[in-house]
Write a protein that binds this ligand. Structure first.
Ligand code: FES
Length: 253
């Protein structure tokens, strides 16, 4: 079994109002299986910390398959680490050098307050989603399978936007802490499809205004969000959101 050891520094913060500090956990980061995922490495560190009677590192995770969007932290200054298109739960220790320094911090944004260590409150995303990120389905008989004709190119673009897992890496990576990539993806997946047409104007105006109210910054087209996104959501989503919003405003929605 090939193992690696790391110089590990982790952000520790007891609660939302505590100051927080970087703790050197190098002594716990020795002989880590190089095929362990990043979160499995944190599990191992936690077992060792608890064996020493110390508080384990708090971090979020659920599926550990890059699907749910629950995990997320900043690894060496990059949201989800440096491997493109990869969540931190799918990042493996073989991609790090033996002896490498690894600094782990929470996602930082005013709208994502730190709860404890690497855990942040991302409920602001839920509020944006609740403001309009859905389609209403009338009751009645189900529509025939082919009653909506949708071209492959359009359905592919809508599907790409729908791949957003809402992890918040886009906000953490953006110098303005903008949620435009997330909100744009959630608007785009419906704006391109006929099923999203009835609530189109109301959806974009409510979601964009909720995003602004929650303390996220504005998009200034830097593009860090696209580079950090583990699902490689395109900046096109932001362009579509802006166009949809302008149309809604001109229509008085
Ligand atoms: S734990 Fe589900 S995406 Fe990482």
């Amino acid at each position: 079994m090939a193992t690696k050891s790391f110089v590990l520094k982790v952000w520790r913060q007891d609660g939302p109002d505590s100051p927080g500090t970087v703790e050197d956990l190098t002594e716990y980061a020795k002989d880590v299986n190089e095929h362990a995922s990043f979160l499995e490495m944190l599990d191992l560190i936690n077992e060792r910390l608890m064996a020493d009677g110390k508080r384990p590192i708090e971090f979020d995770s659920d599926c550990r398959e890059g699907i749910c969007g629950q995990c997320g932290c900043v690894v060496n200054g990059q949201a989800h680490g440096s491997q493109r298109g990869t969540t931190v739960c799918q990042l493996h220790m073989r991609s790090f050098e033996d002896g490498q320094t690894i600094v782990v911090e929470p996602f930082r944004a005013t709208a994502f307050p730190v709860i404890k260590d690497l855990v942040v409150d991302r409920s602001a995303f839920d509020k944006i989603q609740q403001a309009g990120g859905y389609v209403s389905v009338p009751t009645g008989p189900k529509p025939d399978a082919n009653s909506f004709k949708i071209g492959k190119e359009v359905s592919d673009r809508a599907f790409d936007a729908a791949a957003c897992i809402g992890c918040g890496a886009c906000v953490a990576a953006c110098p303005n802490a903008s949620a435009s990539l997330f909100t744009g993806a959630k608007i785009t997946q419906f704006a391109l499809m006929p099923q999203g047409a009835p609530e189109r104007k109301r959806r974009v105006s409510r979601m964009v205004e909720t995003m602004d109210d929650l303390g996220f910054g504005h998009c200034s087209n830097i593009g860090e969000c696209e580079a950090a996104c583990p699902k490689e959501i395109s900046l096109e989503s932001i362009a579509i959101m802006k166009r949809e919003y302008l149309k809604a405003m001109l229509a008085g929605s």
